[in-house]
Design a protein around this ligand. Structure first.
Ligand SMILES: Cc1cc2nc3c(=O)[nH]c(=O)nc-3n(C[C@H](O)[C@H](O)[C@H](O)COP(=O)(O)OP(=O)(O)OC[C@H]3O[C@@H](n4cnc5c(N)ncnc54)[C@H](O)[C@@H]3O)c2cc1C
Length: 466
């Protein structure tokens, strides 16, 4: 058995899985960390260099390590204390609600952690492969990974950390722009309208990028309910609500129970945010405890309301949106797209407003899809498609992410693959699996489980040979 574990994807999930695998596995085990993008440790979230793309969590909650809660705050403080870093430190925003750092700085922090592992004393145990994994085949004693660049690697097992695996993208228009590729915004006419589909945190980033590049035209943000993310405010601890089996029998009962808890918090002079934050450690338990039909009901009806309360914007980001609305540049509407007619240089979009009101048509030069990451079953990712065809993976609950066990092991039509996962690919199996505080715990757990299994097998191999 080759004493190597491969990790596919080097965003936050893959990078942290790799670091914890290095800690959990003894020599001569090594870790192969494969990334198809330009940089390691950045992923979709932390590759941005825009100073106004801020973390949407306080720095105090963004440590990469669950057992060292001040690790990121201390790193930021050291950076802020270094005169040579004055320009970078200027982007850190200190608010009454907490400190919010630019996401690009967080990417630097993660890259620095990988550099530390690469330069650690002794024989190198972390190998970075700058290539896309396009196929993965089980073989006796492990797996073989193949890359787009034609390389093949043997490993005892693999952790899939491809994160936000995108679908084909929508809506269907030749004028669609990727909100994650804001360099294209510079080619827009500065005064012609732009439509953003979605009104969440991605929309907030997209508006910041548009305005940051001097765009002064009208922006319409359209979503089913037209809800904007709420904003962070100072919070105080509130006890985890003591929920009974009766509270968990239906979504309606659970919602009523949480509303009562919020009313109690208000009566005690506290904020609704305190209750939402108190629920956070038990959200996955609540998700699994709810009957399947109630979880489906949550996805159909309640999810947008939960999301805007749970995923809050940094105060400067929310203030920039309020400013764009007050200036008449940004309008946020509830409705849905009925039709898009592409024309040269523009698209005519027919919108049906939510509730009453006649359909409206809007001529825009570009449409940005800011609806977030779609269901896994719509993914056209070559690696996932091949893994599914080999029976090694399958969609998990509600088709949101991949099916996996409580031990993070991927489940497919065929049993026995040495494949694990973590992070956003677990959506549906878990509910809270996207933010740093959740993924950092998963990285510790998955590394320990992988290490225990492959070391036990290696011991058995050695005993058989002897
Ligand atoms: C815009 C944005 C802002 C966010 N802000 C915050 C925040 O402030 N706080 C917070 O806690 N969470 C935030 N999040 C949540 C965020 O998803 C997680 O923190 C985390 O970044 C997820 O990391 P990941 O590695 O699983 O996925 P990703 O970031 O998607 O990284 C996956 C990586 O895998 C690579 N990859 C994919 N397929 C292959 C392949 N076949 N071969 C090789 N490489 C491959 C990709 O290139 C990518 O680098 C944010 C998310 C987004 C999208």
């Amino acid at each position: 058995m080759d004493p190597v574990i491969a990790v596919a994807g080097a965003g936050f999930s893959g990078s942290m899985a790799a670091l914890h695998l290095l800690a959990a596995l003894p020599r001569p085990w090594s870790v192969l960390l494969c990334e198809r993008g330009d940089a390691f440790g950045r992923g979709l979230a932390y590759g941005t260099q825009a100073a106004d793309h801020l973390l949407n969590l306080r720095a105090a909650t963004m440590s990469a390590f669950p057992d060292r809660p001040h690790h990121f705050s201390d790193w930021l403080a050291r950076l802020a204390g270094d005169p040579a870093e004055a320009a970078a430190a200027a982007g850190i925003r200190h608010e009454p609600a907490g400190t919010f750092a630019p996401r690009g700085l967080y990417g630097r922090y993660l890259a620095a952690l990988l550099t530390e592992a690469l330069t650690a004393a002794g024989a190198p145990r972390l190998r970075l492969v700058h290539d896309a994994i396009v196929d993965l085949e089980p073989r006796p004693g492990g797996v073989t990974l193949r890359t787009e660049g034609g390389q093949a690697f043997a490993a005892a097992g693999a952790v899939l950390a491809m994160g936000h695996v995108a679908g084909p993208g929508g809506p269907p228009s030749a004028h669609r722009l990727d909100p994650w590729a804001p360099e294209a915004f510079g080619r827009l006419h500065p005064n012609l309208p732009v439509l953003i589909v979605g009104s969440g945190l991605t929309m907030i980033d997209a508006v910041a990028s548009l305005r940051g590049q001097g765009f002064s035209g009208r922006i319409l943000a359209l979503s089913r309910r037209g809800l904007l993310p709420s904003v962070h405010a100072p919070t105080r601890p509130w006890p985890v609500p003591d929920l009974t089996p009766d509270d968990l029998a239906s979504l309606a009962r659970l919602t009523r129970r949480i509303r009562r808890e919020i009313a109690a918090a208000r009566a005690a002079g506290q904020d609704w945010r305190d209750v939402i934050d108190a629920l956070r450690p038990i959200v996955d338990y609540l998700w699994r405890a709810l009957p399947v039909a109630e979880r489906a009901r949550f996805l159909r009806h309640l999810r947008p309301f939960w999301d805007v309360h749970r995923h809050r914007a940094a105060p400067p980001s929310a203030a920039a949106i309020a400013d764009a609305i007050a200036a008449g540049q940004l309008e946020v509407r509830a409705g849905r797209i009925l039709a898009i007619a592409d024309e040269p240089g523009q698209a005519v979009v027919t919108i049906r407003p939510r509730g009453a009101g006649a359909d409206v048509t809007l001529t825009v030069q570009a449409i940005l899809d800011a609806t977030g990451i779609g269901p896994i079953r719509e993914s056209v990712d070559p690696l996932l498609c091949r893994l599914a065809a080999r029976g090694l993976v399958r969609p998990g609950p509600f088709g949101l992410g991949l099916d996996a066990g409580p031990d993070y092991r991927l489940r497919g039509a065929k049993a026995g693959g040495r494949l694990w996962t973590l992070g956003p690919l677990l959506r549906g199996t878990l509910w809270e699996c996207i933010a740093v505080p959740d993924i950092r715990n998963q990285a510790v757990e998955v590394a320990a489980l992988v290490a225990a299994e492959v070391e036990a097998d290696r011991g058995a191999c050695r005993a058989a040979v002897a």
